[in-house]
Write a protein that binds this ligand. Structure first.
Ligand SMILES: Cc1cc2nc3c(=O)[nH]c(=O)nc-3n(C[C@H](O)[C@H](O)[C@H](O)COP(=O)(O)O)c2cc1C
Length: 176
């Protein structure tokens, strides 16, 4: 069993990034368990003064990451950068050296969002995590108002999503 944690960089209720991750959860085969972390917006502002005696929500976030085999990220671009709430979530785990080497799927939900994607590759690599290129497709759903069912029912969206999960599990995707 491969255990993945999915994290959206958007707090928006109708977020395309979050919907894409929910579609990934629905598509995942029985040997890949994907859990959506929904606490990004609830984390306190990062403060190095309390980094080593962190609040319970932060400890739970760290524990979830520690206990998984990999992380699936889908994050929108805000003003050519990483949304503050998501960067804040990452800042809380920069010092968690036990998380070094975590494999990360960096799914880009918009082909236009090249700056945020490049920044996240730099940030995640600097954190000591590993971006898995084969698990990091561009799946253009941003701004399209697709539902989860739309995504699952569209092979052009569902197949790269499923292939990304398989890449995270270290097995080749099944040919259709
Ligand atoms: C404050 C703000 C800034 C944005 N800046 C950019 C940008 O620089 N580049 C871009 O491609 N899209 C930008 N967008 C568009 C979002 O990335 C796009 O709406 C995306 O679908 C939002 O993701 P979500 O649907 O998961 O919330 C911006 C949106 C907002 C709200």
């Amino acid at each position: 069993m491969t255990r993945l944690v999915a994290v959206s960089g958007s707090l928006r209720r109708e977020s395309a990034n979050t919907t894409l991750l929910r579609a990934a959860i629905a598509l995942a085969p029985s040997d890949i368990a994907v859990t959506l972390y929904e606490g990004v917006g609830d984390l306190p502002q990062f403060n190095p003064d309390i980094e080593h005696d962190a609040p319970p929500l932060v400890q739970a976030w760290r524990a979830l990451l520690r206990d998984c085999d990999g992380i699936v990220v889908a994050c929108p671009e805000y003003v050519h950068g990483v949304p503050g709430a998501f960067k804040n979530a990452l800042d809380w785990v920069v010092g968690s050296t036990e998380l070094a080497g975590k494999r990360v799927a960096l799914i880009n939900a918009s082909g236009r969002a090249v700056h945020c994607h490049a920044a996240l590759v730099e940030i995640i690599t600097t954190m000591g995590w590993i971006v898995v290129d084969q698990a990091s497709p561009v799946i253009p759903v941003a701004g399209k108002n697709y539902t989860q069912a739309d995504m699952i029912g569209n092979p052009a969206l569902a197949q790269p999503l499923l292939a990304a999960l398989h890449a995270m599990a270290g097995v080749p995707a099944m040919a259709d």
